[in-house]
Design a protein around this ligand. Structure first.
Ligand code: FAD
Length: 207
């Protein structure tokens, strides 16, 4: 592997949002971090994701402890995003207006009512909307909708434009700490020497 630093405190394998976020936080704490990715950074699941930060919408799928963990994570997002955007001057596309669900028929309306009941039971901020209220929020929706549900607690980022962590390498303040290499696999010969840890964030990898 040519062009890699001879030594790093931490080597992170996988430059998706998880690996990059870990690298970013470690670099903030003064570690020299090398991120290895075999392809384009933030180019796999991170690129495909919708970017929903949606503990309220996913309440029906989640147990209470998981919902609490998700809510705690969400509370930390504004500061995380603000710091990242200040550092990189790249927008994360962070939005806080919630998730709008719509029903096209009475069956779907029943599904929304069940989701709403689950959200209420878990004390999550959500409210039912009439078709007119939903259309007022999103005028491009079909006029056939019969009802809506606003999951007010949900937020969103743009994981493609806004995965600002990918811009951390080379930015002022972290340049000497994070290096991102887009061609190497950790199974290639002669990996760099690492004084602390390898962190594997390439869950879909064969390596
Ligand atoms: C269609 C879709 C929609 C989604 N919507 C949402 C959503 O709205 N909200 C949400 O929270 N989550 C969503 N997710 C889930 C979310 O995308 C993932 O949880 C998240 O992106 C995982 O990030 P990651 O960094 O772990 O993985 P990835 O983004 O896949 O990054 C892994 C990286 O590892 C690299 N890699 C793999 N193998 C190797 C190797 N051997 N050597 C070097 N590098 C390697 C890859 O090239 C890749 O860049 C969605 C997922 C999909 C598929």
């Amino acid at each position: 592997m040519s062009g890699l630093p001879a030594r790093s405190d931490v080597v992170v394998v996988g430059g998706g949002i998880v690996g990059l976020a870990i690298a970013y936080e470690l670099a903030r704490r003064g570690r020299a971090v090398l991120v290895l990715d075999r392809g384009e950074p933030a180019g796999v699941a991170t690129r495909a994701a919708a970017g929903m930060l949606a503990p309220t919408s996913e309440a029906d799928l989640s147990e209470r402890p998981l919902v609490d963990l998700e809510l705690d994570s969400l509370r930390r997002y504004p500061e995380f995003v603000a710091d990242l955007e200040q550092l990189t001057a790249v927008s994360c596309g962070y939005r806080t207006e919630g998730t709008l669900w719509v029903a096209l028929n009475r069956d779907q309306d029943g599904d929304l009512e069940r989701l709403f009941a689950m959200q209420r039971a878990k004390g999550l901020p959500a409210r039912r909307l009439s078709a007119a209220e939903a259309l007022a929020r999103e005028p491009h929706l079909s006029g056939r909708i019969v009802a809506g549900l606003l999951a007010e607690g949900d937020h969103q980022i743009d994981p493609r434009a806004g995965c600002g962590v990918r811009h951390v390498p080379g930015t002022r303040g972290l340049r000497s700490n994070v290096e991102l290499t887009c061609t190497a696999s950790p199974t290639d010969s002669r990996p760099p020497s690492c004084s602390a840890h390898w962190v594997r964030c390439s869950s879909w990898a064969a390596a």
